[in-house]
Design a protein around this ligand. Sequence first.
Ligand code: NAP
Ligand code: SF4
Length: 677
Amino acid sequence: MSASQAAFALLMKPLNLGFTELKNRVIMGSMHTGLEESWNGFNKLAKFYEERAEGGVALIVTGGISPTLSGRLSPFASQLSSFFQLARHRKLIKAVHRHEAKICLQILHAGRYAYHPFAVAPSAIRSPISPFSPRALSCKQIKKIIKAYANTASLAKRAGYDGIEVMGSEGYLINQFVCRNTNQRQDEWGGTFENRIKFSLEIIREIRRVVGENFIIIYRLSMLDLHKDGSSWPEIVLHAREVEKAGATMINTGIGWHEVRIPTIAATVPEAGFTWVTNKLKQAVTVPLITSNRINSPETAERCLQDGDADLVSMARPFLADSQFVKKALNNQAHLINKCIACNQGCLDRVFKGERATCLVNPRAAYEDEYPLVKADHAKTIIIVGLGVAGLSCAYYAAKRGHRVIAYDAENLGGQFNLAAEIPGKEVYFDTIRYFEAQLLLLDVEVHKKHKVGIEELRDVFADAIIFATGVTPRMPDIQGIEHFSVMDYETAIKNKSTLKNKVAIIGAGGIGFDVAEMLMTTNENSNDWYKKWNIDTTYQQRGAVLDDPGVSDHDSEPGREVYLLQRKDEKLGKNLARTTGWIRRLSLRRAGVKMMSNVSYKKIDDSGLHIMSEGKEVILAVDHVVICAGQKSEDGLYKQLAALEQVVHIIGGAKKAAELDAETAIREGMELAYRL
Ligand code: NAP
Ligand code: SF4
């Protein structure tokens, strides 16, 4: 046994399921990439899955595929209900099987989450996150849907899938049957809990009947609904036992409903913050249990298994971030894993915008077809100036493609990402910098830190291309008194956070203004504080394991700070923050007592504080500090000088366009340029 196998002894241990064996305990959880519906998407998806299968994962669960038209998430979302649709699925299966990994098709019926007018549900009750009111299903229609699930499973078997996963959690159709708020039927499918779980059990029984014994059926059980009409703990246990009896091979852990305002996968969630609930179920069933949510390293995954939380670990986003996750763990290279930073920016936020999912720290994810790992035709000499994330990414991909790369940074590596990593909850961002640094070392990139290059050094240098990734500097607005000693830019504030006094006004409420406010308001919270903050009942005495509706009560005590977050626009603060995390950030700051003001104008800053106009009145905010978070300007001076001298130069990242630049764009631009060189 190698050192790493010993270190991840349980994670790498095969699991015998009787009729088949999984080569280790790592499952790549279901993720919708958007390729499922796009032109030529299944060919690209096959490449995406193949790279993960080659990377050592034991079992891949596909994105959710509907068994019926009504169950599609959106009008053109994927459905599998006909023999004619099997050819494209076979491409995925073949790609995965080539590497001795297994693949299960996830069957997902959206129910009232369907974003189209044909939505159906147990009762005609609209979800708060959809504009479409569902039709209540008749008994005949319910039976038809059960048959449709079985038909999809049977087709999956015929295509060559190793099994299926029935999506029974996150608030989708099956979950809507289970919970009393969404199921107000009076017939055999509603009323008592036994009636409400009949739908899920009939689906499993019918699937087992048509697929026979030697086929994996995973049931994703909502173990924590996280709303007050959710299942109670005794009901969860009963449901799990019945699911096992009905014929499930394994039970996966589902946490929360999409409509519930409690974070379940965002960076704020403690690492492996929900595995305790899988552990709690362990004694009640005999089938293997899979745990999930906020597990992003082999160390954490192994610890979950060592602690007896589950038999297997499912990770989804970590496989976007690094396809070689398992192989690296197995080969004693866990330190070289590109860690998922739980930002959602490259994956979920893009999917919600109707774009293809990828990953902020790995822009090749789901783009393997467009950016194959092959050497460039001609090796070139490339100079990169600036090693923030855009420069790091460009250096990495250029070197990977066989180019000789020489890179400079006036400071250490990482640029603005170092500032982000100082924000509480974002410490994992340092791992991204460490990842790229380690990769540059492996690829023999010549890295010069703390080396500020000037025009003299570059003017006559030999290089096939010089790339400027010189980043940004904070923009200082033109406000009277901006030079007052109480004023500082966000960079200074973040670097000196421990010295800041209590009363702070923040000018600018973009991503960085929110970051600074969070930094000022966050107390040292442990996981128990976090559960308390979001009203999660870890003793599971309450239905859905919530104590109250989050956001109604205010558990956060002011840590003695008085913080004002200001913007000129007359709109809700944080309106343009990312869809999947913006609400968490707004709610957290509101609960922490940050005073958020929009439609203000800045008059002056003097010894008495910041003078603003708000609602037609002049107000003086008597603060100790005014922190400027009013965007950035590009650092492009050297690029412009050199471009004028007719060297072959390129510019990427914030140096190219400071306005609304984010790390995802910067890293992607770095890769794209490296492939064009
Ligand atoms: P930003 O999003 O452009 O926000 C700048 C803020 O400054 C705005 O609220 C703007 O609002 C205000 N502002 C602009 N010019 C001003 C002026 N002359 N005087 C006073 N106020 C002014 O920029 P950022 O917050 O610096 O963020 C930079 C990029 O990083 C963005 O793309 C952001 O999405 C990204 N980022 C993302 C995260 C994340 O967690 N996802 C975190 C940090 C940063 P008003 O004009 O209405 O006052
Ligand atoms: Fe993780 Fe962010 Fe990549 Fe999504 S985009 S996989 S959350 S690092």
